[in-house]
Design a protein. Sequence first.
Length: 114
Amino acid sequence: MEAVKVGKHFITVYPTTFPNSVAQVVDPAQNTDGVYLRTATLVTAGGTLNLYSGKVAPSRIGDPVAAGIFGGVAGTTNMQYQLAYPLFIPAGHGLWAAANASGAAIALTWDFVA
């Protein structure tokens, strides 16, 4: 088994602390050549947390303007989820996290394509 590379860029966000419970991770304008999402771990805090990618930000969980690419849900318990494999995000697309439970968080690492 080969080790997964951890990205140069990293962040941990609690989406419910942002307006509309949506936190921007990567601005589409910064993503000029693509992004490799290397690692992601999320905790649900008994709710739902989703990671989205697209050209525009979602306004809420489930907003169809951006694609849900990773997420987790737990009705009454705090569940933890790991991204199974790295993902490539096309140029011009951003990343956003959205949650509906206080305490839900996601930690990500990524690299910009040079």
